[in-house]
Design a protein. Structure first.
Length: 332
């Protein structure tokens, strides 16, 4: 470690020396190296110039405070600071007259004042490297990694089935994140499928999907699905509610402005679940009791109509009391 050379070292005084001790040390140096005792000695003149500079700094309370601050900041540095060379190595003698112990000529005073101004500007910029800035500088990689993980979580960990979307606006109606809205640029966008879920073309008109079997066909009941008041096509599932678990028994396609009647149904309780193929919105009807044609519907013995009940489909199920919202996971 290089020993730090200071103005105190030039005057051979301690760093906590009193002003009187500094004056006495300076006077001793003048008697030793002054031109009255070393006339014509260039080495003594150079040393005397450095002593003048040191005394000018240490005899001025403000300049001494700045010098003490510099000493504190550089005392542990491995090499001497490049901005201030060791004082005994200065090649230029400051314009300072040792004949007046407490006075400075204009040239030396201006240089010292300039260094003081630079030091004050540096201290004014010091808050920029505050503790928070240093913390962020040391840990920026951790924060960057956290931001990347958060973005990936929104994109990959919040798929549409997990949220339970009931529309194409990115709002969850059910599921673990019920009520949570994903930003539009992260929410998966719905696109109308070109084929049915089994890869077969949609029918040319209202009817059953040929790629699915038809169940509950041992009765004479009838149920009509009405899409005649909508301008969008619907993918419809008829779900039986009579078993231990709901079971899909019919799959059908109902184009815009059309109706379709499902016949030869086993009497029982059913629910109609459907997807708007234009927007992807899901909905379901209330439970519907389907009875055999001509069977009584109430205790007075009133017979049901031969056409059976009709379930109307709704283009916008949200906010419609006759259409219940349906989660993606429940559209099986």
């Amino acid at each position: 470690m290089t020993t730090l050379h200071t103005h105190y070292d030039n005057l051979k005084v301690a760093r906590d020396a009193s002003p009187a001790a500094i004056d006495a040390a300076y006077q001793a140096m003048v008697r030793r190296f002054g031109p009255g005792h070393n006339a014509g000695d260039p080495q003594a003149a150079r040393k005397m110039a450095i002593i003048d500079t040191s005394y000018a700094v240490l005899s001025n309370p403000h300049q001494r405070a700045l010098h003490d601050l510099w000493v504190d900041q550089n005392d542990e540095v491995d090499t001497a600071p490049p901005s201030i060379q060791p004082l005994w190595m200065h090649s230029e003698a400051p314009h300072y007259s040792h004949a007046t112990a407490h006075g400075l000529q204009s040239g030396s005073s201006n240089r010292i004042q300039s260094r003081s101004n630079r030091h004050r500007r540096n201290r004014a910029r010091a808050p920029a490297t505050s503790a928070l800035a240093q913390h962020l500088q040391r840990n920026w990689s951790l924060y960057a990694l956290g931001a990347v993980v958060a973005c990936l979580a929104l994109v990959t960990l919040v798929p549409r089935p997990f949220l339970g979307y009931d529309n194409d606006m990115g709002t969850a109606a059910s599921g673990p994140l019920r009520g949570f809205a994903v930003p539009v640029f992260f929410a998966p966008r719905y696109q109308r499928p070109a084929t049915d879920p089994n890869g077969q073309p949609w029918p040319a008109s209202a009817g059953y999907l040929a790629s699915y079997p038809q169940l509950n066909t041992d009765g004479a009941a009838r149920l009509t699905v009405d899409n005649s008041h909508n301008d969008c096509d619907m993918f419809v599932k008829l779900v039986s509610l009579d078993g231990m678990q709901p079971q899909t028994v019919r799959h059908l396609y109902v184009p815009a402005f059309r109706r379709f009647a499902m016949e030869q149904l086993t009497a029982g309780r059913y629910e109609v679940r459907y997807r708007n193929l234009a927007t992807g919105a899901l909905a379901r009807s209330s439970a519907v009791a389907v009875q055999e044609a001509g069977a009584p519907t109430d205790q007075q013995g009133n017979a049901s109509s031969d056409t059976g009940p009709t379930v109307a489909l709704h283009k916008q199920p949200q906010g419609n009391p006759r259409a219940l919202q349906l989660a993606e996971a429940d559209f099986f």
